[in-house]
Write a protein that binds this ligand. Structure first.
Ligand SMILES: C[S@@+](CC[C@H](N)C(=O)[O-])C[C@H]1O[C@@H](n2cnc3c(N)ncnc32)[C@H](O)[C@@H]1O
Length: 275
């Protein structure tokens, strides 16, 4: 009986020692991980966005607590954490598990683990359709790979990229961080445009619009008279000029309406007949 008890005690001691050793080793390995600028990543290396540009990027996107930000390739979590400290829900998607663990620890240290969350995942296999703001610091070819998915996001979604652009999709705004920012200090902002391409019935005639990202060209045909149209989208807000009249309005799927701002003050509305 006595020997069974002492064997159990020994077994318990060994078991506890193993648990303590494993937990200690785990804690040590977490503490030991220090990221290195330029370290390999799945599709792009890790280089952190300078804090002055993180602030600028969030300012450009005009983030508010109503937003939900997703940082594609979130590194040490600085964009997510800065947003969370502004009271905005933010989420980072990062492939490297050590960086995810580091970002989570950084968020906890700043007391924002509730608003700033992180997932270990591949951005090319992730759903980011719920975001109202996307931030990224990737590479030109990765931006282009992501572009179709980005353009299918809800009109008005803001995209902010550190340094790298979207080729022929011109930025709506460009800004450079000053302060002590020395490298990677320029950011671009795009606003996902509504889809307006096609033929619309407007009281003034038939409006045919061609869309290249946020830019619009086309014609307004009334009887035998055809006048050129040029305009621009800002999310679902549309402005175009036809025959000296400026039309300003909102797009909602296959209908749009608003007020004429120059040439007349009348209201206008249009319905899409063909896409
Ligand atoms: C240039 S860093 C930017 C980090 C952070 N967004 C910032 O601005 O400070 C790019 C990050 O993307 C991560 N990454 C690379 N390819 C990825 C992929 N396919 N899916 C998710 N993360 C990826 C890298 O590990 C790296 O942390």
């Amino acid at each position: 009986m006595k020997s069974i008890r002492s064997i159990s005690k020994i077994f318990l001691k060994v078991f506890l020692s193993i648990i303590i050793a494993v937990s200690f080793a785990h804690a040590q390995s977490e503490q030991a991980f220090t990221p290195e600028v330029g370290q390999a990543g799945k599709d792009v290396v890790w280089v952190p966005t300078p804090q002055a540009l993180v602030d600028k990027m969030l300012d450009m996107a005009k983030v508010t607590p109503k937003d939900y930000i997703i940082d594609l390739g979130s590194g040490d979590g600085r964009i997510v954490i800065t947003a969370a400290k502004r009271g905005v829900r933010a989420h980072g998607i990062e492939y490297n598990p050590n960086m995810v663990a580091l970002a989570k620890r950084n968020a906890a240290k700043e007391g924002v683990s509730d608003k700033g969350t992180f997932a270990e995942a591949d951005i090319f296999e992730s759903d980011f359709s719920q975001a109202t703001v996307i931030t990224m610091f990737l590479l030109p070819d990765l931006n282009i790979r992501l572009r179709p998915k980005i353009l299918s996001l809800k009109p008005g979604t803001r995209i902010v990229s550190n340094t790298f652009n979207m080729q022929e999709w011109e930025a709506d705004e460009t800004a450079t961080a000053q302060d002590d920012c020395t490298d990677y200090c320029t950011a671009y902002l795009w606003i996902v445009p509504a889809n307006v391409g096609g033929t619309w019935k407007l009281s003034e005639g038939e409006l045919t619009l061609e869309q290249s990202f946020q830019m619009i060209t086309g014609t307004l045909r009334s009887g035998k008279v055809s006048t050129p149209v040029t305009g621009k989208l800002n999310g679902n807000q549309i402005r175009f000029t036809a025959d000296g009249t400026l039309y300003v309005g909102l797009v909602n799927g296959n209908s749009m309406n608003g007020n004429m701002q120059v040439g007349s003050n009348d209201k206008w509305s249009a319905t899409r007949m063909q896409q």
